[in-house]
Design a protein around this ligand. Structure first.
Ligand code: BES
Ligand code: ZN
Ligand code: ZN
Length: 462
């Protein structure tokens, strides 16, 4: 974590670079007479037009620019961050700074040789000026969030061979040490006993056994819990419906939903949220082999509903449906599932928002607002009744892909809806569009860890 200190005067030592946010477009480095470095970061011609979205990027840019000039320690005048027109509460601004500085300082380097001079990470930020107690608290909270987002990104970025269902489960246990989160791992035997046919069929082609990861945090007394279900496909080859060529790339990140769920429950505990939160992660590897599940197999899921497998690459919904069925035993008041479920979500919205699908309009509006607040942007697609027959099977109750060529993201959600009908509230988040960072958002290549920030905000609001 970056060390954040507060000072009343600008430091004068050579080692501390000064950062100044200035109107204009250019960003450049000055050497001051006393050899102290000054980095002027241009924040655009009209600072009074900076939006919350732009501020988030600007905060990250401070770290990226400092790193690019090989500065390990920088100082920044708090006045520079005072964008009056945004009317930010001190705690809110602090949190935005903490979380985005941490996110921008992350890079996945553990598989690289360490350069002689070490990797370039920012070590310290000195904030000069008068800081509110609420602001300081916000910074701390933001940094803690950033730490968990970054751990989530780390879990995602680790190659599939080294992040199998078993290892993902071990990571969950490790992360929960010394917290109030209880972790339980179900192995092949227990999963078989529970008749989780969906999870078992996806896992059947791999030498790696499936795991069903359960995290329980009880901070909300007698209140009914919120259950989070995350897709934990540690590598998605497509199975016998093998993905072609480059489509196989990045499919070790198909456990992003699962990693987000693990880190969210643990962070909720560390933040002491007054909520009961359950995390469920059905984890498996989707591989082609002589023991794989096949197209036209009929699978009996834990719910009792049967599913005709028309494409083994639509495996996310096969494991999630059992996760949703398992969620019923908690009698939840809200269920959220998070999954890199469809490439079609990228076709629909591009790479800058996750897609949300729910029948609950209030929840949809709330999630869009919390998305803006957190920086984990979401955009809705419809989940109309008319779509429900799309995933009816010919020889089974359901089919795992839709009948039409269109609206793949909706079809995926509608399939899941058949297992979520009984919940008082349910939303499906397809985070495939946000699986990897895009250019211009000042994040390292690879996993983004979204939508962890959004889920924390949702838990805080509920
Ligand atoms: N994991 C993929 C979806 C995905 C694709 C996520 C690209 C991120 C980037 C998912 O399991 C999948 O393969 N979905 C299929 C569904 C189809 C067979 C109905 C897809 O999107 O093509
Ligand atoms: Zn797939
Ligand atoms: Zn997948």
């Amino acid at each position: 974590m970056i060390k954040i200190t507060f000072a009343t005067q600008k430091p004068k030592d050579k080692k501390t670079g000064m950062v100044a946010l200035v109107p204009g477009q250019e960003t450049f480095l000055h050497l001051m007479p006393e050899e102290q470095k000054l980095v002027r970061i241009g924040i655009g011609a009209e600072p009074e037009k900076i939006t919350r979205r732009k501020l988030i990027n600007l905060i990250r840019r401070i770290v990226i620019v400092a790193k690019s000039h090989k500065l390990q320690k920088v100082a920044l005048d708090l006045k520079d961050l005072h964008l009056k027109h945004l009317k930010l509460e001190p705690g809110d601004l602090g949190e935005l700074l903490g979380v985005n500085w941490e996110m921008a300082n992350f890079d996945f380097v553990e598989y690289k040789a360490k350069p002689k001079e070490g990797f370039h990470f920012l070590e310290e930020i000195i904030l000069v000026g008068n800081a509110h107690a609420a602001f300081k608290k916000g910074v701390q909270k933001g940094q803690l969030m950033g730490e968990h987002i970054n751990n989530c990104r780390r879990l995602c970025n680790i190659p599939g061979g080294e992040m199998t269902p078993r290892l993902l489960a071990e990571e969950a246990k490790k992360a929960a040490r010394n917290t109030k989160v209880k972790v339980q791992i179900l192995g092949l035997k227990e999963i078989t006993k529970l008749k989780m046919g969906g999870l078992l069929s996806v896992a059947s082609g791999s030498v790696e056994e499936p795991r069903f990861i359960i995290l329980e945090y009880k901070g909300g007394g007698a209140q009914k819990p919120v259950v989070l279900v995350g897709k934990g496909i540690t590598f998605d080859s497509g199975g016998l419906s093998l993905k072609p060529g480059n489509s196989l790339l990045d499919m070790h990140l198909d456990m992003t939903g699962g990693a987000v769920v693990i880190e969210t429950v643990i962070l909720a505990a560390k933040l002491g949220l007054k909520q009961n939160v359950i995390g469920l992660v059905p984890a498996a590897e989707n591989m082609p082999s002589g023991s794989s599940y096949r197209p036209n197999d009929i699978v009996r899921t834990m719910s009792g509903l049967t599913v005709e497998v028309l494409n083994t690459d639509a495996e996310g919904r096969m494991v999630l449906c059992d996760g949703l069925t398992y969620a019923k035993r908690y009698n939840p008041r809200l269920v959220v599932d998070i999954a890199t479920l469809t490439g079609a979500a990228l076709v629909a919205v591009g790479k800058r928002a996750s897609v949300i699908l729910t029948k609950d309009e209030k929840l949809q509006t709330q999630l869009m607002a919390l998305g803006e607040e957190s920086g984990d942007y979401v955009w809705p697609l419809p989940l109309w009744e008319e779509f429900e027959d799309e995933v009816k099977g010919t020889f089974a109750d359901l089919a795992n892909i839709g009948k039409s060529r269109w609206g793949g993201t909706i079809e995926g959600a509608v399939f899941l809806y058949h297992f979520a009908k009984d919940f008082p509230a349910w939303v499906h988040i397809d985070n495939a569009p946000r699986m990897v960072a895009v250019e211009g958002e000042y994040l390292a290549k690879g996993a983004t860890g979204e939508p962890l920030r959004l889920l924390i905000k949702l838990l805080e609001a509920k």
